[in-house]
Design a protein around this ligand. Structure first.
Ligand code: NAD
Length: 354
């Protein structure tokens, strides 16, 4: 038998009110000593978990730092070792999940994640950490949560602007998965469905931010987009965002939203079939225009200038990116990347010819 595809995923529980199933899921994993990590926004849910899990919770952390600085995670990891923790349980956005992943990796213990944003990290074996202001990322099966619990009710409190930018960030995972070399029919289906239901969910919360059905669509979309990210190599869009994030510490999700239409435009003509499929689900003339129009329509970020990108350093950025190894439909070329960054900086709409 030839193995032609292998996809990885945590065990996923997806239901409104699923927070009440955490104790049962921990019992299923036979874990006895839990480290509970929550971000500030999840304080109320963490208190509920603490009371429901009782003596299972041995250690808790109620503050997280974006991009997981080593000096922060190492203190938590050493306490977790001392307490012989056997499960990290996270509740919060991608930053809380990210911290949980590093503890799971450094302490060789399992992770259970309860996401409250649309970052998608809870579906991936990708970790990220920062040492001496340098962010590194990698992949390890050790950080893929054993169980991920999605409860759309937890996302009702997510402010509108974080929701829409986080949503565009998730769509970027699906778009790049479609033109990745490893794409399989399953990944393609997940990615296209992810983009489709994200689009309707984003339009839904623009009408009514408390619409649980739209929130459910968005969370399901983030699961599908996260699944796509986990099972495919990302291309130029992610390379650019990783570079800009590392060099200038730009806000993660708005930066993805501003870069995506122009990264897609860069690949136009090199991944024609895949990008036509994206255009079709967006009912647009081109994928780049459809993504830009969607971002504008829902009020997500379309301009790097507005989030503090220093345009005068574009040549330096393009040098870093064009000298990197890449997996991308169109080869990396410095002039093309400079043009892409300049367009994403002003936030103009990709036209049919550019
Ligand atoms: P975040 O976790 O930093 O959260 C953003 C803000 O939203 C925070 O202030 C948080 O407290 C608040 N928040 C979260 N949930 C809320 C809710 N339901 N209601 C109200 N406020 C809420 O941001 P993020 O975009 O979720 O995650 C970004 C991080 O995730 C980055 O470090 C990024 O690199 C990482 N990430 C990793 C992967 C991966 O596969 N490893 C994938 C995507 C993102």
């Amino acid at each position: 038998m030839n193995l032609i595809a292998m996809t990885n995923s945590p065990r996923v529980i997806f239901a409104s009110g699923a927070l009440s199933q955490v104790a049962d899921e921990i019992a299923l994993l036979n874990k006895k000593r839990v480290l509970l990590i929550s971000d500030e926004s999840a304080a109320k849910h963490a208190a509920r978990l603490q009371s429901e899990l009782g003596s299972l919770v041995i250690q808790s952390v109620s503050h997280v730092v974006m991009h997981v600085p080593d000096e922060f995670s190492s203190l938590i990891a050493s306490a977790a070792r001392q307490e012989q923790i056997d499960l990290v349980l996270t509740i919060g956005g991608g930053s809380a999940t990210g911290l949980g992943k590093i503890i799971a990796l450094d302490c060789a213990i399992d992770l259970m994640a309860i996401p409250t944003t649309y970052a998608g990290s809870e579906m991936t074996s990708i970790w990220g950490r920062t040492s001496n202001n340098q962010k590194t990322t990698g992949r390890s099966a050790a950080v893929l949560p054993k169980t991920t619990i999605y409860d759309p009710e937890l996302t009702l409190s997510l402010p509108y602007s974080i929701s829409v930018n986080s949503g565009m960030n998730a769509i970027a995972h699906a778009v790049e998965a479609l033109y990745a070399p490893e794409v399989t029919p399953e990944i393609k289906q997940a990615a296209l469905e992810g983009i489709t239901i994200f689009t309707s969910g984003l339009r839904g919360i623009r009408e009514n931010i408390n619409n649980l059905s739209s929130r459910t669509d968005l969370l399901r979309g983030s699961m599908l987009c996260g699944f796509s990210l986990n099972n495919a190599t990302m291309g130029i869009h992610h390379k650019i965002c990783h570079t800009l994030g590392g060099m200038f510490d730009l806000p993660h999700a708005p930066m993805h939203s501003a870069v995506l239409p122009w990264a897609v435009q860069y690949n136009q003509g090199f991944a024609t079939t895949q990008l036509n499929e994206v255009a079709e689900v967006l009912s647009a003339r081109s994928a780049a225009q459809g993504l830009w129009d969607l971002a504008k329509e829902v009020g997500a970020q379309t301009s790097l200038k507005e989030i503090g990108y220093p345009i005068e350093r574009t040549e330096e950025v393009a040098d870093v990116i064009s000298s990197a190894k890449y997996v991308n439909p169109r080869p990396f070329d410095k002039d093309g990347i400079m043009e892409l960054l300049s367009n994403a900086n002003t936030g103009s709409r990709p036209d049919d010819e550019s």
